[in-house]
Write a protein that binds this ligand. Sequence first.
Ligand code: GDP
Ligand code: MN
Length: 414
Amino acid sequence: MDLYEYQARDLFRKHGVPVLGGGIATTPEQAQQVASALFKEGSDLVVVKAQVKIGGRGKAGGVKRAYSPQEAAEHARAILGMDIKGHTVGMVLVCDGVDIAQELYFSVLLDRATRGYMALCSREGGVDVEALVQEHPQALARLAVDPCTGMTAQAAARIARAAGLEPGEVADRVAAVIVRLWKVLTAEDATLVEVNPLALTVDGRLLALDGKVSLDDNARFRHPDHADLVDTAAVDPLEARAKAVGMGYVRLEGEVGVLGNGAGLVMSTLDVVAGAGRRHGEMRPANFLDLGGGSSAQAMATGLGIVASDPQVRAILVNVFGGITSCDTVAHGIVDAVTSLEETDKPIVVRLDGNNAEAGRQILAEAALEGVTVVDTMDEAAQTVTAIAHTLSQQPTGTAEPAEFPEPAEIKEA
Ligand code: GDP
Ligand code: MN
């Protein structure tokens, strides 16, 4: 989970990284109030900053200085609603401003390429750091951080020196901040902590003026307080519904709902559906739902409910390989879902294999549910479901007309 700048700043503050005061606002009036309070506390400059989870806000006009509460309100009016690389600004941070003497760059991240922690530092930070790194890669020092010893004072000093900071008082202060930023990374279970600019001010302070933090969602259970950081407005409601019952759901762009037990099986099903879809009107997977291992009938019913309520889904493929989960249990879940849930009136193609597959198919055959087709193989299932989805996608959405479904497709060469 990526955090907003204001949330990153809160974590910085918590771990002793120096940041300036401020507050968030969703209207120009609120921005004016926050600015007013800052000016009363003695600020002579505030900065109004778009809160979007994307970089380059400064260059896009999303960071503006204001010298009065009125000016802050005007900037907020201009920035709120702005589109920055596809992200609409719904909130601004109004914070203390400073006069910057030098902008440094620092980040530390879990680096997949080296399978370790990597610290990056430059004494030429700021909005042009990407271009700088392209043109002068040596301007960005890269140093691995030993995960066992962590960011010791010595390691931090080495990084500051590698970035070209002369040994001395400033380098020492930068190193001390680096140690604290490492604390943010480890204590909060982040995969990335970035500060750009880490600014040296004209009056000699060192401040984190911008912050980017990505938290490791797999460590969420260790951080009950991180629940507050979730951007509930941006969370996909179906994803939240699946997560609440311990299932993995991912929304994709296509027309075919895909449901299975086990991530490996579901991922290969996506590939097979995408392949079959090429022969049936370019139908593609609309989502990915992994019921997990040892799925109960209830889990299948819940999962089907979730996939079916995705409005872009035209038809659903249930692909289950019975292991711990037995196929008769799965079949009961399908029957329950189709007979009881309003939203599961979409065509379903079922492929069951493995543990108790025969019994499962028998249950579905006896139930003779309208709109449910049982096939034997994964390829056949993919061909059939994409053909159905294609037929339905030819009709305008919302028509209640019962469709003429094709017979399970004949499998030719792959
Ligand atoms: P980004 O463009 O998304 O990385 O947003 P930043 O928060 O880094 O802001 C962009 C630039 O605005 C910074 O690199 C600074 O040059 C400038 N900036 C941000 N805060 C202040 C401030 O308090 N005073 C001054 N003078 N400039 C600031
Ligand atoms: Mn920045």
